[in-house]
Design a protein around this ligand. Structure first.
Ligand code: GDP
Ligand code: MG
Length: 1014
C-alpha cells in the first residue's frame, strides 16, 4: 500500500501529481476548490492563476474568505509532510471557520435547561379576537370598487354610530353589514328581545359583527369602538362608501366615543324608542356639537312599542315624536348649536328602525315604496313631507289637510295611516295567522317565502317578512348622504377646529381642500392590537395627501411643539389597510378623506399622533389637537406582579394598556406603587383582563380600588407666611385663599387662558367675577400645567417690593408654584381651587444669589406653608348616577343610595314607559360595588349608569389630631377627611402626620402658626 495515495484519515486520494513549482500551484488550486466546496462556499472557488495572486488577495476585503481558505488548504497540504504534535493537531474546522466570524459555540456538559421547559417550544396560538375572518368575505360589491369609491371623497361619508348602552348601535351596524355581506349566521339567528337586566344578554353568536373582543362577546356589550367600511346604495341606487365607527354605549367608555367622533364628519345618534334620551345620550350630543359634527338620528326598537308596550298606532306616533323632541331640546341647549341642526323626520334627518327585525326606513324611502307600487304621480320627496306632523289624510277626497275633521268625518294622521298602520298590520298578520292564510296575504304584498320559512319561530318569521317588505336600508343611506357633510365639504371646519398650526401654511391649505395630491397629514386617534396582541396598528383619518405602504413618515406625538421635537419619530409605513372589524382589506394607497389602518408606525405613539410625510418642511409641522374628554379618570387601582421578577413584563403590558385605552393613565407613585387610573369599574375590569391575559400573561395582584383626591383650602391664610431661600438672602411672603366658585372650572375648560393678552384676561375676570381690572392682570400662572385649577398672582406693592427685581425671578417662582400644586402637602395629591398671592418679596442684590436653585424651593415651601395655614381641606370626586327602575323598586334604590352617602336629586316616571328615572349623586369612593348592590336589592330590575361629575369637599379637618379613628371601623361624618388623608399617606409610604415645621424655618413664625392651629 502506497502511503502517499491515502490521506491521514485513510481515504484514497490517488497518486501524487508531478512536483514542479507550476504544478504545485495547480494542486493547491484543486485543493482550494474542494475545501471551498466542503465548507459550503462553492462560489469562492474562482479560477486562480497562481499562488502569489492568492497571497495578494488575502489583503483584499472581498476576497478575505477566499484567502483564509487558501491558507487552510496550505495547512492541510503541509499537514502530511510535517510532524505535528498531538495537542496541535486539528481535525475539524472550528465554528468561526465554518460560519464566519462572531459565532460562538456552546458546549454544555450538563443539562442546564429546566425540565419544565420544552427543548423545542410549541407554537402558541394566541387569539384574543373572535370570529376573525382570514379571507375576505363575499360582499355585494367588489373590494376594488370600495377602495376606488373611497378615492372620491364626495362619495364618501364618515359616520360615528353612538348612543346610550343597548339602544341598538351594534344591531344597526349589523343590519348594514347583513345587507351587504354574505353573513350566514345573521340569517340563521333569531332576533332576541331586549333582556331586562342589561348586562346579562344571552350569548348570541350571530350578533355583533363589530364586537370582536373576547370580553365583548362574554358580556354582550361593546367595549371598543370598531370601524367598518362598506358600500351602500341610496333610494336612487347611487352608491356611497360609508366608513362607520360603532362606538360603545357604556358611560365608562365615553373616551372611545370621543375618539370615534374625532374621525367622523357626522354622528348617527341611536335612541331606543321606549327609553328615550338618557344622560349619556346627552353627553354624546354635547360632545358631537363640540366637535362640530352634523347630527342625524335613528329611533331604534320601534318594534318594542308594538310588541312590548302594545301602544295603539296613534299613541305610538306621540311616543316617537316625544323622543325626537327630547333629542331636539338637548341639541338646542348646547352652546354651539344652530337652528339648522333641528331633527325631524320630514326633513330627512331622522330614520325609524328596528334593527334586530332587520329594517330601517326614512319617510322618503317609505314614500318611495308607495310611489313605486301605485305609480303615483308625485315625487317621493313631496309625499314624505306630508307624512309627518299634523297632516291628516282624508280618504274620501283623497287629500292631505292640516285640519283633522272635515264634513263631520274624522281623518287619520298621515303618519299613522300610511306608515304605522301597515307595519302594525304586518305584525298582527305574521303573529296571528297560520301558513295557509298567511301565504296569500304576503304574496299580495309581493313577499314570496320558502316553505321552510313558514316553519321558523314567530320572531324569525317576522324578521324575514319585514326584511323582505322593507328591503335594504336605503333610507339610512339617503339620510347620511344628504345630512352628513362629505369629507371635502367638512374639511375646512375640521381643519380650523383641530389643526394647531398656522392656517396659511401650505399644509393647512391642502387640509382645507382635502387634497389628495397635497402633503400627507394623518390624524391618528386609536390603536388596535393584532389578533394575537403582539403588535399594534393605528387607525387614523387622512386629512390630506395619499398614504402608501413603505412610505417614510414623521410621527408627532401629543407633546410635540414647534421647537421641541423630542416627541417626534421617523417611521416607515409597513402596510396600509381598510379596517372592517373582522377583516382587513390591504390597499396600495388611500387618499384624503378616508380612514386608514397603518402598520409599523405605532412605536412612538402613546395616545394620539399626527403623521406627516417627509416633504413637509420642519417649520410647518404642527399637531392635530389631542382628544378632549369631558370625563376624568378618578378611580385608581395599584397593581403588582405576583412574582417580583416579572415587573418588566408588567411594565410593557401597562404601556400597551395606555395605547389602547384613551383615558387610562398609568403612573408610579413615590412609594413605587404602579397605579392605573380609569373612569369606572367596568373600565378598570377590562383593563385588568387585557393586562393579565393579552399583554403580559403574568399573574398580577390588585389592590382595592381607591379614588384620587384633591387638596384645597377653606379660608384665607391666617397670617402672612414668609420663607427664606436656602442661602438666606431671599424672602418671599405668600398667602393662600380659595378661589370664587366657577373659576377652577373655567380655567380647566379653557374659557380663560394665559395665552391671551393680559388685558383680555383682566377683562374676563372683571366681567365674570367682578375683579378689579388690575387683579386680573397680575395673574402669573395657572397650575398644574397650563390649565390647572389653581392660580398664582403677584399682589406685591411697588412701594414695598422691587418689582423689576421680582420680575427677574418670575419663572423660578412659577416653577416652585407648579411643583407645589402638583403634589400638595397633605397627601401628595394635586391642589385644587386655590389662589396663591405673592404679597412681598425681598430678593438678593446680585443675580447670582437669586438663581433658580434658590428661588424654586423657597417658592414651593412658602406655597406649602401658606396652604397649611389656610384651613386645608380634602376634596373627593362625586359621581352622577342615573338609575332606571320599575316603580316598585324605587324605595329599595333609596335605601341602597342612603347607605353609601348618596342622595337623590331627581326622581320621576319616564313619560310613555313603565320605568322610573332616578338621578342621584354619590361619592365615587362609595360607588365601587354600587351597581352590584343595587341589582341584588332590586332583583336585577334596576339599572344604573354613573360617571364622574364634580369635586366636593370632604367633611372634617384632615389635620385635626383629636379625631379618633378606630381600626377596622368605617369612619363617618367629621372623621372622614382625616381617615382619607391618613390612609392615602400610609399607602404612599409617607409619615402619618403633616408637620408644619418642615415648611417653616423661622422659630418665631413657627410658634405663631402653632398657636393659631390649636
Ligand atoms: N326589540 C328590539 N331589540 C333590539 C333592537 N335592536 C337591538 N336590540 C337588542 O338590544 C340589545 C342591545 O343591542 P346592541 O346592538 O348590542 O346595543 P348597543 O349597546 O347599542 O351596541 C340586544 O339584545 C339586541 O338584541 C330592536 O330593534 N328591537
Ligand atoms: Mg354595541
Amino acid at each position: 500500500m502506497d502511503a502517499t495515495s491515502y490521506d491521514e484519515f485513510g481515504n484514497y486520494i490517488g497518486p501524487e501529481l508531478a512536483s514542479s513549482s507550476e504544478s504545485e500551484g495547480e494542486e493547491s488550486d484543486y485543493e482550494v476548490e474542494t475545501a471551498a466546496q466542503a465548507f459550503g462556499r462553492g462560489s469562492a472557488a474562482q479560477p486562480n492563476d497562481s499562488d502569489e495572486q492568492s497571497e495578494h488577495s488575502q489583503s483584499g476585503d472581498e476576497n478575505k474568505g477566499y484567502g483564509e481558505l487558501t491558507a487552510m488548504a496550505r495547512r492541510m497540504d503541509i499537514a502530511h509532510t510535517q510532524i505535528v504534535l498531538h495537542e496541535d493537531k486539528k481535525y475539524y474546522p472550528d465554528a468561526e471557520e465554518v460560519f464566519g466570524p462572531g459565532v460562538e459555540a456552546l458546549v454544555q456538559e450538563e443539562d442546564t435547561q429546566p425540565l419544565t421547559e420544552p427543548i423545542v417550544a410549541p407554537i402558541k396560538v394566541r387569539k384574543f379576537q373572535v370570529d376573525q375572518e382570514e379571507e375576505l368575505p363575499d360582499t355585494a360589491y367588489t373590494k376594488e370598487f370600495l377602495v376606488d369609491l373611497l378615492g372620491y371623497p364626495t362619495m364618501t361619508r364618515n359616520l360615528a354610530v353612538a348612543g346610550h348602552l343597548h339602544h341598538g348601535k351594534t344591531a344597526l351596524v349589523d343590519l348594514l353589514v347583513a345587507s351587504t355581506h354574505a353573513w350566514p349566521d345573521w340569517d340563521r339567528a333569531a332576533p332576541i328581545a331586549t333582556p331586562t337586566t342589561k348586562m346579562s344578554k344571552p350569548n348570541d353568536k350571530a350578533f355583533g359583527y363589530t364586537d370582536v373582543h373576547q370580553l365583548e362577546r362574554q358580556r354582550g356589550v361593546s367595549l371598543k369602538a370598531m370601524p367598518i367600511s362598506l358600500v351602500a346604495q341610496d333610494t336612487k341606487g347611487k352608491s356611497y362608501a360609508l366608513n362607520i365607527m360603532d362606538a360603545p354605549g357604556h358611560v365608562n367608555f365615553i373616551d372611545e366615543v370621543v375618539a370615534s367622533l374625532r374621525l367622523a364628519d357626522g354622528l348617527v345618534l341611536v335612541v331606543d324608542a321606549v327609553e328615550g334620551v338618557m344622560t349619556s345620550t346627552e353627553r354624546i350630543i354635547q360632545a358631537a356639537v363640540r366637535e362640530r359634527l352634523s347630527i342625524t338620528l335613528v329611533v331604534n326598537k320601534v318594534d318594542r312599542l308594538i310588541l312590548e308596550l302594545k301602544l295603539p298606532p296613534a299613541d305610538a306616533y306621540y311616543k316617537l315624536k316625544l323622543t325626537i323632541e327630547e333629542v331636539n331640546s338637548v341639541v338646542a341647549a348646547c352652546p354651539l348649536a344652530t337652528p339648522a341642526m333641528r331633527l325631524s323626520p320630514e326633513l330627512g334627518n331622522v330614520c325609524f328602525a328596528s334593527a334586530s327585525f332587520g329594517w330601517c326606513f326614512s319617510l322618503q324611502s317609505f314614500a318611495k315604496r308607495y310611489v313605486d307600487q301605485w305609480a303615483m304621480p308625485v315625487s317621493p320627496k313631496e309625499l314624505a313631507k306630508r307624512l309627518w306632523g299634523d297632516v291628516y289624510y282624508h280618504p274620501e277626497s283623497r287629500t292631505f289637510m292640516r285640519k283633522r275633521a272635515e264634513g263631520g268625518k274624522e281623518a287619520r294622521r298621515s303618519f299613522v295611516h300610511f306608515v304605522l298602520e301597515p307595519i302594525y298590520k304586518i305584525f298582527a298578520l305574521v303573529t296571528g295567522e297560520d301558513e295557509p292564510s298567511l301565504r296569500p296575504a304576503l304574496e299580495e304584498l309581493g313577499i314570496y317565502l320558502r316553505k321552510s320559512d313558514y316553519e321558523l319561530s314567530a320572531r324569525s318569521l317576522l324578521r324575514r317578512v319585514l326584511c323582505h317588505f322593507f328591503g335594504a336600508p336605503t333610507g339610512f343611506v339617503d339620510m347620511c348622504s344628504v345630512h352628513v357633510r362629505s369629507p371635502v365639504d367638512n374639511a375646512v371646519v375640521k381643519t380650523e377646529h383641530l389643526y394647531t398650526g398656522s392656517m396659511d401654511s401650505e399644509v393647512a391649505l391642502a387640509m382645507r381642500n382635502c387634497s389628495a395630491d397635497g402633503p400627507l397629514v394623518i390624524s391618528v386617534v386609536k390603536q388596535y392590537p393584532s389578533s394575537d396582541a403582539s403588535q399594534f396598528f393605528v387607525l387614523g383619518r387622512i386629512f390630506s395627501g395619499t398614504v402608501t405602504a413603505d412610505q417614510r413618515v414623521r410621527v408627532l406625538g401629543e407633546s410635540y411643539a414647534p421647537g421641541d421635537d423630542e416627541d417626534m419619530a421617523l417611521a416607515t409605513v409597513s402596510g396600509a389597510w381598510l379596517y372592517c372589524s373582522r377583516y382587513k382589506i390591504p390597499v396600495s394607497g388611500l387618499s384624503a378623506g378616508s380612514w386608514v389602518l397603518l402598520g409599523g408606525v405605532d412605536g412612538s405613539i402613546s395616545k394620539t399622533a399626527t403623521i406627516f410625510d417627509m416633504s413637509v418642511p420642519e417649520d410647518d409641522l404642527a399637531i392635530i389637537r389631542p382628544l378632549q374628554f369631558a370625563a376624568e379618570s378618578v378611580i385608581k387601582i395599584a397593581v403588582e406582579p405576583v412574582v417580583p421578577t416579572e415587573l418588566p413584563k408588567m411594565l410593557s403590558g401597562l404601556r400597551k394598556i395606555g395605547k389602547t385605552y384613551p383615558l387610562a393613565q398609568t403612573r408610579v407613585e413615590e412609594s413605587g406603587e404602579h397605579i392605573i387610573l380609569g373612569t369606572g369599574e367596568l373600565y378598570l375590569d377590562c383593563i385588568m383582563h387585557d393586562l393579565r391575559c393579552m399583554y403580559s400573561e403574568i399573574e398580577i395582584k390588585v389592590a382595592d380600588p381607591v379614588v384620587s383626591f384633591r387638596e384645597t383650602v377653606a379660608e384665607t391664610s391666617a397670617l402672612k407666611v414668609f420663607g427664606d431661600s436656602p442661602n438666606g438672602k431671599n424672602r418671599l411672603t405668600i398667602i393662600a385663599e380659595p378661589m370664587e366658585q366657577g373659576i377652577a372650572e373655567d380655567i380647566e375648560s379653557g374659557k380663560v387662558t394665559l395665552s391671551w393678552p393680559a388685558r383680555q384676561v383682566g377683562q374676563f375676570f372683571e366681567s365674570n367675577y367682578n375683579w378689579d381690572i388690575l387683579a386680573g392682570r397680575s395673574i402669573w400662572a395657572f397650575g398644574p400645567g397650563d390649565n390647572g385649577p389653581n392660580m398664582l398672582s403677584d399682589d406685591s406693592l411697588p412701594g414695598e417690593t422691587d418689582k423689576t427685581r421680582l420680575r427677574t425671578v418670575r419663572d423660578a417662582v412659577r416653577q416652585g408654584f407648579q411643583w407645589a400644586v402638583r403634589e400638595g402637602p397633605l397627601c401628595d395629591e394635586p391642589v385644587r381651587n386655590t389662589r396663591f398671592r405673592i404679597l412681598s418679596a425681598e430678593l438678593a442684590d446680585s443675580a447670582i444669589h437669586r438663581g433658580g436653585g434658590q428661588i424654586i424651593p423657597a417658592a414651593r415651601r412658602v406655597c406649602y406653608s401658606s396652604f397649611l395655614t389656610a384651613e386645608p381641606r380634602l376634596m373627593e370626586p362625586v359621581n352622577f348616577v342615573e338609575i332606571q327602575a320599575p316603580a316598585a323598586c324605587v324605595s329599595a334604590v333609596y335605601t341602597v343610595l342612603g347607605r353609601r352617602r348618596g342622595h337623590v336629586t331627581h326622581d320621576a316616571p319616564k313619560a310613555g314607559s313603565p320605568m322610573y328615572m332616578i338621578k342621584a349623586l354619590i361619592p365615587t369612593i362609595d360607588s365601587c360595588g354600587f351597581e352590584t348592590d343595587l341589582r341584588t336589592h332590586t332583583q336585577g330590575q334596576a339599572f344604573c349608569q354613573q360617571y364622574f361629575d364634580h369635586w366636593q369637599m370632604v367633611p372634617g379637618d384632615p389635620l385635626d389630631k383629636d379625631t379618633v379613628l378606630r381600626p377596622l371601623e368605617p369612619s363617618s361624618g367629621q372623621q372622614l377627611a382625616r381617615d382619607f388623608m391618613l390612609k392615602t399617606r400610609r399607602r404612599k409610604g409617607l409619615s402619618d402626620d403633616v408637620s408644619i415645621d418642615k415648611f417653616i424655618d423661622d422659630p418665631e413664625l413657627r410658634e405663631v402658626v402653632k398657636s393659631f392651629q390649636q
